[in-house]
Design a protein around this ligand. Sequence first.
Ligand code: KG4
Ligand code: ZN
Length: 353
Amino acid sequence: MKYVERARVKAERLRELGRAHILAVESSCDETAMAIVADGRRTLSSAVTSQIDLHAVYGGVVPEIASRIHVESLDLLLDEVLKNGDMAMGDIDAVAVTNGPGLVGALLTGVSWAKAFAYALDVPMIPVNHIEGHVSANYLAHPELEPPFVCLVASGGHSHIVLVENYGRYRLIGQTVDDAAGEAFDKVARVLGIPYPGGPLLDRIAEEGNEMAFSFPRPKLDGKYDFSFSGLKTAAINKVHTLEQQGVLIDVKDFAASFRRSIVDELAGKTIAAAMELKAEKVALAGGVAANRLLRREIERMGGDKGRKVYMPPLSLCTDNAEMIGSAAYYGLMAGKIADLSLNAVPTLRWIG
Ligand code: KG4
Ligand code: ZN
């Protein structure tokens, strides 16, 4: 029997059992991460190698450096997750890997590593869409959470409102027509002189600022639940430049607080409005921007006011990690979604529509 046939038989057995210890690999951007997740809901072991310091000197992610660090880190991470989980390679039932979207070189390192692992250990390989992974972080944080629920997915490259109809089944409700929320945070942080990674630091600084100090235009859009952050971002950047030219000293705390308020009002307002219209009782947050303190408070407050139950992953599961990939992979495996050794990295992989 060929590998793919053996993998299919094993996957079928795991489906029948409804149980699997999945080793998950995430290398789509600047974090190399690995985790072992049981049955999509429980993390047995997890490790991340962050590359932030290496990229910070360049003010952003350098793809070539990211790929090289992934290659150096993957084997070390395997040792670490097995040791921390007190497990052996033979305890792994399947391997999961992010195959898109992301940086092609970075994705390829994880995909190639996962193929080698799958072939050597003769286990099924499950491809995972990174964004579906972000949504699934909620299943780890809230073992009782079941679809349907409305989810706001906001990261460096995505801003979507989706209705999670079932595991792996999503209905697009709204999305950004231009920049992602994380991108807007990062770009504005940069002109304010806040070092990379801008979003999290801008958020921290904003906690001490006056959010009424500056005002920004509110986007007008055709799609009721769509977002547009490009105008807001450009207005903020222009304001910084104008004030600098006038020799006005900008209060970075106030500016950060006001800008954050504009973005969060859009994200939280439209997400809760969508949940109301769809009569969804549950609302969840996902993606790196879900770590934003104000967004978390506002979704909690507005959702509570409207009688919705609100879910969000802890901060460590909002930004990129492998646990979320292991969770999404379990539901992929249960739906029979396994890959053969021709699996490739797809930088623009779609997850919806
Ligand atoms: O999900 P993620 O780790 O990577 C992508 O898949 O893009 O998201 C990273 C994005 C970055 O734009 C980062 O600035 C933003 O999430 N981010 C935040 C915060 N933490 C991360 N943005 C605002 N406030 C935060 N606390
Ligand atoms: Zn991400």
